[in-house]
Design a protein around this ligand. Structure first.
Ligand code: NAP
Length: 278
């Protein structure tokens, strides 16, 4: 447990994951663009670096958990020049395979890149119960990945980044479908509890469970980013429609994805009311 880990990106997901590294006894250096988010990790025993390059200088394993492709590209470009051969860079963000390839091109010879995007939200990040989809030569970093949750190997580097987009696009689009199903139930005068109970006993159970989940925080803005990564790849009219719904409620973009259900129901009920007005 004497290998120094660098963890960059201490947002809703990154902060609890970095805490698990510290709790396991690894020497840890952290960096976050907004320093106030790094301070609690510093108080808990991590070194807080001023720059991405300072964070990774002495690290054996570098973990990034950042918002989107642009953020990962900027941060990796800032630290890549100081990486030593033999360092392993693990990106756990959701950025898709094309951005991952660009990032691989930024890394010096002898540095390996592993894509390890995660399924599960902040609750499972804190408990070390995420599902990690892992691509590339991950054997040397498995003890670190194990701290975050269960590892599913997907194949070569980039395969996990791709699979994550496949899964999360279907989940987000599915939540949009549940939102419209609830709006339809409202319009037909069905009680909320009856509809939810029926969903749990139907093939919709899993996705309805996500739509109504509590204690999770996957903001609508990140869900829109993930669906955008999918629709940029191939023709996906259903996902495009879901993306339109996600971006229509910009004032609520920090709310969890599940809040989409209430937003869609509210907007549908306004239309139902105006149709039935005399
Ligand atoms: N939330 C979830 O339930 C969930 C679940 C699975 C996967 N994910 C994925 O995990 C990643 C992180 O999600 P999150 O919920 O932790 O997001 P978040 O709370 O918004 O945190 C985003 C992190 O990225 C940093 N960042 C954003 N733009 C940057 C830039 N241009 N340069 C440097 N740093 C930048 C932020 O720094 P500041 O603090 O300075 O803003 C913050 O540390 C995303 O790719 C997301 O899609 C999220």
């Amino acid at each position: 447990m004497n290998k120094r880990i660098a963890f960059l990106g201490l947002g809703a997901m990154g902060a609890p994951m970095a805490r698990r590294v510290l709790a396991a006894g690894h020497p840890l250096t952290v960096w976050n663009r907004s320093p106030d988010r790094a301070a609690p990790l510093g108080a808990a025993g991590a070194l807080v670096a001023d720059t991405p390059a300072d964070a990774v200088r002495d690290a054996h394993v570098v973990v990034t958990m950042l918002a989107d492709p642009a953020a990962v590209r900027d941060v990796v470009a800032a630290f890549a020049p100081v990486l030593r051969p033999g360092t392993h860079v693990v990106d756990t963000s959701t950025i898709g395979p094309y951005a991952l390839r660009d990032i691989a091109d930024l890394l010096p010879e002898g540095v390996t890149l592993i894509d390890a995007p995660v399924m599960g939200s902040v609750d499972r990040a804190a408990a070390g119960e995420l599902t990690l989809l892992v691509g590339g030569d991950a054997d040397p970093v498995l003890p670190v990945l194990d701290l975050f949750g269960a590892v599913t190997r997907t194949g070569p580097m980039g395969s996990a980044a791709a699979l994550k987009i496949v899964l999360i696009n279907a989940v987000v689009t599915g939540v949009a479908v549940i939102a419209e199903a609830m709006a339809l139930a409202d319009a037909m005068g069905l009680p909320d509890t009856t509809v939810r109970a029926a969903m749990v006993n139907s093939p919709l159970a899993g996705i309805a469970g996500r739509a109504f989940a509590q204690g999770v925080h996957y903001p609508i803005r990140l869900a829109a980013k993930d669906v955008a990564l999918a629709v940029a790849t191939t023709a996906m009219p259903l996902a495009l429609a879901a993306h339109e719904r996600l971006t229509a409620f910009s004032r609520d973009s920090e709310r969890d994805l599940g809040h989409l259900v209430e937003l869609v129901r509210e907007s549908a009920s306004l239309k139902t009311a105006s149709h039935s007005a005399p």
